[in-house]
Design a binder for this molecule. Sequence first.
Ligand code: GUN
Length: 292
Amino acid sequence: MQILDGKATAKAIKNELKEAVDTRKRNGKKIPHLAAILVGSDGGSMTYVGAKVKACDEIGFESTLIRYDETISEQVLLDKIDALNNDNSIDGFIVQLPLPAHIDELKVTQAIDPRKDVDGFHPMNLGNMVLDLPGFLPATPAGIIELLRRYEIETEGKECVIIGRSNIVGTPLSIMLGRNKNPGNCTVTLTHSRTKNLKEVVSKADIIVAAMGRPEFVTADMVKEGAVVIDVGTTRVEDATKKKGWALKGDVKFDEVAEKCSYISPVPGGVGPMTIASLMINTLRAMELKNN
Ligand code: GUN
């Protein structure tokens, strides 16, 4: 079994991006500027946004973090998005999800200028993704594809089962892995809470992507010998042995599944860092498209 080391792979990508930024700096060109909006103080969201800002620092991007209390009105957020859309110094920005229940996520996503939508969540970018036209790819699926590419994992003709049909991971990844590309060319089954005989379906897969947010859901008895296992889960589970009082758990029961599979991505240190690396790639591209 080999670990799909997302942390090391993301570091390699960040080094490549840093070189590109250093070259731009030497030539007196603009450096990329990412803004992130965080509403409220959900622990997971704060960690992710913090990691995104830290990645900008490492690479040499500029970053701006905009924080709001969870009671802000939808209109205040929409006004800020409008300001960022029109701020020429900002190349790309994200609104960290989830948002409080009184704010319409779709309305917020649609308000972002697709040219600055480095999360790739705007319907125009998702539509371009479906048609394989240029645009911004959603960061987590793009990160998974890049991880498969860099580990030279054969995907052509493979049975891939994705568990979880979210708009930001399962659904776009099902399209990306199913298309005629490398990585790609899989036969994809997108499973969800209404799938019958889920265990049986998953146990036939050559590639399993667990992205439904249920800690340690995928157990060894569901995994075919030699399968490739990608774990997208990041749930905080109470753990008195940890200083923080919680541990980050993936959707895969790592220890027992690791014994059976050919490759496995750990949590933490697997898909998470790759998501951030993809966001950085999108931000550099957003700036290049705008400023050359
Ligand atoms: N929440 C969970 N994943 C993501 C992501 O990739 N981007 C944003 N903006 N919010 C998220």
